[in-house]
Design a protein around this ligand. Structure first.
Ligand code: FES
Length: 119
């Protein structure tokens, strides 16, 4: 995923906006990313990815996680929505057409405020 690709397809929030929000605002909880143009408050698909970016930012110096390509990301979101994972709000980036590759594992949509594991 490139920085100008949408990370939250429901509210058109790019990866760049999220990364800059994390850098400038330094949210103490992943749930605070909803203040970044509503990221994560639509269908819920992007929440696990927001949490990953938050975790990397919280562990300063940690390499940002690899995210799927924009096309893969949109296709997986479509599977998630079709499976009843969530409903995009009006104005969201439309769900892409049915993929023909047979699908794949869906990441778990979880609460943005899930406690962070410590070790
Ligand atoms: S893609 Fe972010 S809430 Fe739907």
């Amino acid at each position: 995923m490139n920085f100008d690709d949408e990370l939250c397809l429901c509210f058109h929030v790019t990866k760049r906006k999220v990364v800059n929000y994390l850098r400038v605002e330094k949210p103490s909880r992943p749930g605070q990313l909803s203040d970044c143009f509503g990221a994560g408050t639509g269908c819920g698909w992007c929440r696990p990815f927001l949490v990953k970016l938050w975790e990397a930012a919280a562990a300063e110096g940690e390499q940002a996680p690899e995210l799927p390509t924009a096309g893969e990301y949109a296709a997986e979101r479509a599977r998630y929505v079709r499976a009843g994972g969530g409903t995009p709000p009006p104005g969201a980036t439309p769900v892409v057409a049915e993929p023909t590759d047979g699908g794949g594992a869906l990441p778990q949509a979880s609460s943005l405020d899930a406690p962070k594991e410590t070790s």
